[in-house]
Design a binder for this molecule. Structure first.
Ligand code: NAI
Length: 338
């Protein structure tokens, strides 16, 4: 029986290797902005993901070099590079998941909203390509300001009659990753054992960590609550200032993007119980978009969870978040409608 088991095991392994090579059950993933600070480590980590069979790297600069480099990694995914807008269609055709970290990052003294003028146009162009070439793909939108770029993407898809709100996800995973890290530090726990829901949006006061709902259950003093909330809301600025003009978070963002993309791929594969925070079309509040915990499945967002019981501090934070979010959402919508 031991021999049989071993044989069974090794033939399973062979089959899996074959399937990975043959492209099934692996998924086809495109990264738009793949040569950037986030794009490069993100491409490397996605090349290491066993659920990926084909990886398309698109940018307006430098993709030949990044692609040649990444393609030498001895993992299953086949890598192809695409350079410039005339190759956008080929980069997108047939994709199951499109991850977008294209656009300029912040410099010290800038808010995410200061990036609007440049990044809004980039996101519009890329989303027009998605509606033409892979309208059924799940989209993970990283480009800032996420609070406005997600509404922009939705408007582009609506204009093209391809809008499926379940497939459009603004990536707020880095806020969750930071929250887990900072909360674990205060509690003296391993960050892998901590889960902090972060709701609202992805900028300043719109980033609302729900410290009353941290797992494992715990409590914080008022001072700890204020310190943690402020550090989580300003985590991005902490990195922007430390990099002193050389950009914003790229390595932790690539990690967070892969964590989120991997959850999407597991959901696409049919795994049950995949739950993450994301900025999505939502009825959790009166706003048309809101970040909260969502359950992912084969069709993208399959369930959006309510916020749950909030304490007084969080209720006040929620009102502030909603006020700012409303303006950012409106700004994105009117960029396309005007
Ligand atoms: P980067 O400047 O290093 O890279 C951006 C890449 O986008 C460049 O390679 C550039 O050539 C490319 N690009 C520009 N226009 C393009 C177009 N039309 N089509 C395709 N690619 C294009 O910037 P970085 O640091 O990688 O940041 C990218 C974006 O991610 C920024 O908007 C930044 O604010 C955002 N970000 C979002 C976070 C989040 O939590 N959602 C966290 C950190 C950054």
């Amino acid at each position: 029986p031991t021999d049989n088991l071993q044989m069974e095991g090794s033939s399973n392994l062979k089959r899996e290797n074959c399937r990975a090579k043959g492209g099934s059950p692996g998924f086809k993933v495109a990264i738009l902005g793949a040569a950037g600070g986030i794009g490069q480590p993100l491409a490397m980590l996605m090349k290491m993901n066993p659920l990926v069979s084909v990886l398309h790297l698109y940018d307006v600069v430098n993709t030949p070099g990044v692609t040649a480099d990444i393609s030498h990694m001895d993992t299953g995914a086949v890598v192809r590079g695409f350079l410039g807008q005339q190759q956008l269609g080929d980069a997108l055709t047939g994709m199951d998941l499109v991850i977008i970290p294209a656009g300029v990052p912040r410099k010290p003294g800038m808010t995410r909203d200061d990036l609007f003028n440049i990044n809004a146009g980039i996101v519009r162009t890329l989303c027009e390509g998605i509606s033409k070439c892979c309208p059924k793909a799940i989209v993970n939108l990283i480009s800032n300001p996420v609070n406005s770029t997600v509404p922009i993407a939705a408007e582009v898809f609506k204009n093209a009659n391809t809008y499926d709100p379940r497939l459009l996800l603004g990536v707020t995973m880095l806020d969750v990753v930071r929250a887990n890290t900072f909360v674990a530090e205060v509690l003296g726990l391993d960050p892998r054992d901590v889960d902090v829901p972060v709701v609202g949006g992805h900028a300043g006061v719109t980033i609302l960590p729900l410290l009353s709902q941290v797992k494992p259950p715990c409590s914080f003093t008022q001072e700890e609550t204020e310190y943690l909330t402020s550090r989580i809301q300003n985590g991005g600025t902490e990195v922007v200032e430390a990099k002193a003009g050389a950009g914003s978070a790229t390595l932790s963002m690539a990690y967070a993007a892969v964590k989120f993309a991997d959850a999407c791929l597991h959901a696409l594969r049919g795994d049950a119980g995949v739950v993450q925070c994301a900025f999505v079309s939502s009825q959790v509040t009166e706003l048309p978009f809101f970040a909260s915990r969502v359950r992912l499945g084969r069709n993208g967002v399959e369930e959006i969870y309510p916020l749950g019981p909030l304490n007084e501090y969080e209720r006040v934070g929620l009102e502030k978040a909603k006020k700012e979010l409303a303006g950012s959402i409106e700004k994105g919508v009117s960029f396309i409608r005007k």
